[in-house]
Design a protein around this ligand. Structure first.
Ligand code: SER
Length: 624
């Protein structure tokens, strides 16, 4: 079964059960500086899990592109990737455990509407309970009944992590395995963060247990026999300031399953890179490197290249530009790591001219699953950003090589300086040192490398400070300033100009848009004056939930995400609510906003950046 068919079946299955399809959010969530990347489907739904009414109702389904950069070092085995697609369905205070577990089991096992997996290959886990949250007896009872309907007697193995496998079907684990929140176990959750116990389904490939991973096998064992294919989170708790949990006003279900892993289970082959989500890319890498995927060492490198270039492609499509911080740093790291692996496969130190060919094959495969990849403007941006970055990396290599040649003994400090100054990857330094027959002060070099690895792990995972999106006075002002800036730019440069990204912190507003030329000093002043004029006019700001089509017809602009929702939240600047006066600005937006533009006090553009062909970025401050 092709991945596309899995997606179509999943969406139809849940739509038939009354779910409304919602859109895929971008990998970098607009206006949520608390998190680096979208790493699960629920991330964009936090306000609704906490009780706000969702415009599409309380039963939702979607396919979400996700990126987990903290997994970067795991990539290379048969199942870890940084980029993946998550199929997701949600109950926002509607159905709970019984429906969720039964529907997902039906989807997995039904041949006509679902995947038709053999139920005897499925194993499940539930929460064993702790001082605050009880042992999940309810899920155990439901699972027993579901398996019994398939003629399978499902016995329970308690405390699976310590007991290991015995003959069992339902396994209980503690918070490390069967509790889900954005920040992991309860102890790590910040105040107000929602979370809850979960129940996971594993597929058994039947491969022999590898004792290197422990004496006994069990679903969460890493030996590769079992693969987790879906996680139903019963999101019903919220962390309190004193560390305790209180029940949320509504009991939610947050389900997520990895498409790549479901496809592997359907193929009954544990290697996700042999599914149609990767096989064209792997074939292209084989062609460009003249190496075979069946060669064990080449295989690991090929998986890294295939994953990293796919993740990089999606980041570029979503407007990320390589840089030395935040999302841009991860993009740069993905491209450079892929480059190093390519270098190891081909044995030459040039940034790889083959990348555009591989990226083209990724775009062709992915275009079948995600219409964004068909968009000509997006494709052009990907190739142009890639070209710029490869050129920059070529310079890095030349400068780094020169620096290396100057030193007979390469100490850890030199390697680290090469990394910091030229972005010269440690792996390449190590390899070149060997090739040039120089000596290397290994102890120090390794230490520096580990320090760097630890640092970059913190950089990628540490971004999620926890807590909910910042709703401080300053960021609320920033949201409204963004709408005024967007409108002013369109008034001055025309309606072809549109927002391509934004990010707001308490310090500044960042706004990306399509525009060829750098703004002149006069143009910057013109934009500032226009925004300040609207601030002075003290226009009222309000929102209305209106049918999505009607909003489009009214000319609403903005980073419009919810393409499937029937109703959307639209912010108006200009008339008071109920008036028929023409609004100054109409935007799709989740908010929140100030009540009157006068609250912004003043607006100033502080910096302009070029984001590559046809894309500009402005930074502005507000409220001074
Ligand atoms: N939030 C859960 C996860 O990411 C289920 O969607 O696994």
């Amino acid at each position: 079964m092709k991945a596309k068919q899995i997606l179509d079946r999943y969406l139809s299955f849940f739509e038939e059960k009354g779910h409304k399809r919602i859109a895929n959010s971008p990998l970098v969530l607009a206006n949520d500086p608390t998190t680096l990347f979208t790493s699960s489907g629920m991330q964009a739904l936090i306000p609704y899990l906490l009780g706000e009414a969702h415009p599409s109702g309380n039963k939702l389904v979607n396919i979400q592109n996700c990126l987990r950069s903290q997994d970067i070092d795991e990539v290379g085995d048969n199942r870890h990737t940084t980029f993946f697609r998550m199929i997701g369905n949600w109950s926002l205070g509607d159905y709970f455990k019984k429906e969720q577990l039964s529907w997902f089991f039906e989807f997995l096992t039904n041949n006509d509407k679902g995947l038709g997996l053999n139920p005897s290959r499925l194993y499940v886990t539930v929460f064993e309970g702790d001082e605050t949250v009880p042992h999940d007896e309810e899920s155990i009872t439901i699972w027993k009944e579901l398996f019994s309907q398939k003629g399978i007697e499902a016995t329970v193995v308690e405390n699976a992590e310590t007991n290991g496998i015995q003959e069992g079907r339902i396994f209980t684990y503690g918070v490390k395995k069967n509790w889900w929140s954005r920040s992991g176990i309860p102890e790590n959750m910040p105040t107000n963060e929602p979370g809850g116990p979960d129940s996971e389904v594993f597929y058994d490939f039947g491969t022999p247990h590898d004792e290197a991973y422990g004496e006994h096998c069990h679903p969460n064992c890493d030996c590769g026999r079992f693969l987790e294919i879906g996680n139903s989170v019963f999101m019903q708790y919220q962390k309190q300031e004193d560390g305790s949990f209180k029940e949320l006003p509504q009991k939610n279900v947050d389900f997520g399953g990895g498409l790549e892993r479901l496809a592997a289970a359907k193929n009954h082959d544990p290697d996700i890179f042999t599914t149609d989500l990767y096989n064209n890319t792997i074939a292209t890498i084989e062609e460009t490197t003249s190496k075979s995927y069946t060669d064990h060492k080449a295989q690991t490198h090929m998986r890294v290249i295939a994953d990293h270039l796919k993740a990089a492609t999606f980041l570029m499509v979503d407007g990320v530009i390589p840089s030395n911080k935040e999302q841009g740093y991860i993009l740069r790291r993905l491209l450079r790591r892929a480059s190093v692996k390519m270098h190891q496969l081909k044995g030459n130190v040039t940034p790889d001219a083959d990348f555009p060919v591989i990226v083209d094959s990724i775009l062709r495969t992915e275009a079948e699953l995600d219409e964004k990849l068909n968009d000509e403007e997006n494709r052009k941006r990907v190739f142009s950003v890639l070209e710029d970055e490869l050129q920059r990396f070529a310079k890095t290599l030349t400068n780094g090589l020169r620096e290396l040649e100057k030193n007979e003994v390469v100490t850890g400090k030199i390697a680290f300086d090469l990394f910091q100054t030229y972005g010269f990857p440690f792996e390449i330094t190590e390899e070149l040192v060997k090739q040039q027959g120089k000596s290397i002060s290994y102890k120090e070099f390794k230490e520096e490398y580990d320090k760097h690895k630890e640092l970059s792990k913190t950089a990628s995972s540490g971004m999620f400070k926890g807590g909910l999106a910042d709703h401080s006075e300053k960021t609320i002002m920033g949201h409204t300033a963004t709408h005024l800036l967007h409108q002013a730019l369109r008034d001055i440069f025309g309606k072809q100009l549109h927002q391509t990204g934004s990010n707001i912190t308490t310090e500044r507003v960042r706004f990306d848009f399509n525009h060829d030329n750098r703004l002149t000093e006069e143009e910057i002043s013109q934009v500032e004056d226009m925004v300040n004029e609207k601030i002075k006019e003290n226009l009222p700001v309000h929102f209305e939930m209106i049918p999505t089509q009607k909003a489009h017809d009214m000319g609403a602009i903005g980073l419009f995400m919810d393409t499937y929702g029937e109703k959307s939240k639209i912010y108006f600047i200009g008339p008071v609510k109920g008036s028929t006066d023409k609004p100054y600005s109409i935007e799709f937006c989740g908010g929140p906003h100030v009540d009157f533009t006068g609250e912004l006090k003043s607006f100033k553009i502080i910096k302009q950046e070029n984001l590559g062909k046809g894309q500009k970025r402005l930074y502005a401050s507000v409220g001074l």
